[in-house]
Design a protein around this ligand. Structure first.
Ligand SMILES: Cc1cc2nc3c(=O)[nH]c(=O)nc-3n(C[C@H](O)[C@H](O)[C@H](O)COP(=O)(O)OP(=O)(O)OC[C@H]3O[C@@H](n4cnc5c(N)ncnc54)[C@H](O)[C@@H]3O)c2cc1C
Length: 391
């Protein structure tokens, strides 16, 4: 069987799974603010927790393009379940695959993919967000041991995770550690009443002089925590969030199309009003553009193109903005009902806002993209600046 044929079959299977197992639970998941363990286990049994990870560890080995489509399918039905994929599979699983030693990979990847262990990525802190190099969580060397001390905040899956990739600093030397929940000194406190991510088991995680006894618990090398681990993890995360944006925007569009075809005012279906048609026309166009950017980034990632990272950043920036715009328009099309939790657009509207904040805020993406543009499009062969003086 050709790889593309195999991947198509996997996606068809995912589509059925989403329809039968995730979509019917999405309201319950939101209300209970919990991802059912049973659902996590079913996803694990299908190999979905390792959708993009190698078969040798139990994964499905989808290439970046298919992994993106996979993320969209899950994200359309339930953001919390998609968060599981983004954090557990992308940020933790893919980063471990990229930088872990053979021993670390053999120890952790099969457990992550089988759902035996849940992973979380602990970078943000109460006083440190975008300026991530400034992490205040400290680590010290004590003989052949390391001691970690600090507090992490907004950690998705933090309340149910079994292992954390923790970013800590020793006088500016930033290092990533693999820390297990059952180590002495690790404690978590759930964060509730969030705008979005209510069922993502957000937590603050306290590391109270946690002793890491083995050097093998460092991910990558000492001092490589930012340039290698954080950069890699955020790159994987951004790719996932780019597709999450497409997912929320498409779900919102589907909902507004259905509603506008049913709702009547002034004796007409509301989709017959040109102002509503304008909203739908713009939404379709923006989603097509966002999906094209995601597909392009996916192809470039598949081909290890050296500009895949910046293309991913562009896709994430655009797609998360588009998701915010379209979900807001979907609420508008639904009128008062759009403000009610009886309709899904209210949840989509809330969930989309967060995509502009996580894995680097929109402003941070703009800075990165602008720096790229200022280099890439600086054409010294044409004198744009003094052009008018020569005319
Ligand atoms: C639902 C949710 C889930 C999350 N999950 C995780 C997780 O699993 N792991 C984790 O480590 N973190 C997680 N986070 C934290 C998230 O990564 C941070 O919120 C994000 O990095 C932004 O940091 P901040 O909130 O401290 O905002 P700040 O960095 O304080 O930014 C505040 C505002 O200032 C702007 N700003 C900052 N610096 C600049 C600048 N140089 N130029 C222009 N504008 C600037 C920002 O764009 C933003 O608008 C999560 C957050 C949420 C809400």
């Amino acid at each position: 069987m050709q790889k593309s044929e195999y991947q198509e079959i996997v996606l068809q299977d995912v589509e059925t799974f989403v329809k039968e197992e995730i979509r019917p639970l999405s309201s319950l998941i939101e209300e209970s603010e919990e991802l059912p363990k049973n659902l996590i286990n079913k996803m694990a049994a299908k190999g979905y927790l390792g959708a993009c990870l190698p078969k040798e560890y139990g994964g499905l080995e989808l290439d970046p393009v298919y992994y993106g489509k996979f993320t969209e399918l899950i994200g359309k039905a339930c953001s919390a379940t998609r968060t599981l994929v983004t954090v557990h599979t992308s940020l933790v699983g893919q980063t471990l695959l990229r930088w872990g030693t053979r021993k670390q990979k053999e120890k952790w990847l099969p457990k992550l993919i089988s759902g035996e262990k849940i992973g979380a990525f602990a970078l943000s802190e109460p006083d440190v967000g975008s300026d991530a190099k400034n992490v205040q969580t400290r680590y010290f060397r004590d003989g052949n041991k390391y001691i970690i001390r600090g507090l992490k905040k907004w950690i998705s899956l933090g309340d149910i995770a079994d292992l954390f990739i923790v970013i800590a600093s020793n006088n500016g030397l930033i290092t990533a550690f693999i820390v297990e929940r059952d180590m002495i000194g690790v404690s978590t406190k759930p964060i509730k009443r969030m705008l979005a991510g209510r069922a993502s088991h957000l937590a603050q995680v306290h590391f109270d002089d946690v002793i890491i006894s083995e050097e093998s618990s460092i991910l990558g090398r000492e001092g490589g925590g930012f340039d290698y681990i954080v950069s890699t993890a955020l790159d994987y995360g951004r790719y996932s969030i780019a597709w999450a944006g497409v997912a929320l925007a498409q779900e919102a569009l589907d909902a507004m199309v259905a509603y506008s075809r049913k709702r009547e005012q002034f004796g007409k279906k509301i989709h017959q009003f040109q102002l509503i048609q304008g909203i739908i026309g713009d939404s379709v166009t923006k989603i097509h553009a966002a999906r094209s950017l995601c597909l392009k980034a996916g192809e470039m990632r598949k081909n290890s193109d050296e500009e895949a990272g910046i293309e991913t950043t562009i896709a994430k920036y655009f797609s998360s903005k588009v998701a915010s715009q379209i979900t807001a328009e979907a609420v508008q099309v639904h009128g008062g009902y759009g403000c009610s939790s009886l309709y899904p657009v209210e949840r989509l509207f809330r969930e989309s806002k967060v995509l502009e904040i996580i894995e680097g805020t929109s402003q941070i993406q703009q800075i990165i993209i602008s720096n790229y543009g200022l280099r890439k499009y600086y054409n010294k062969d044409i004198d744009y600046v003094n052009h008018h003086q020569k005319i």
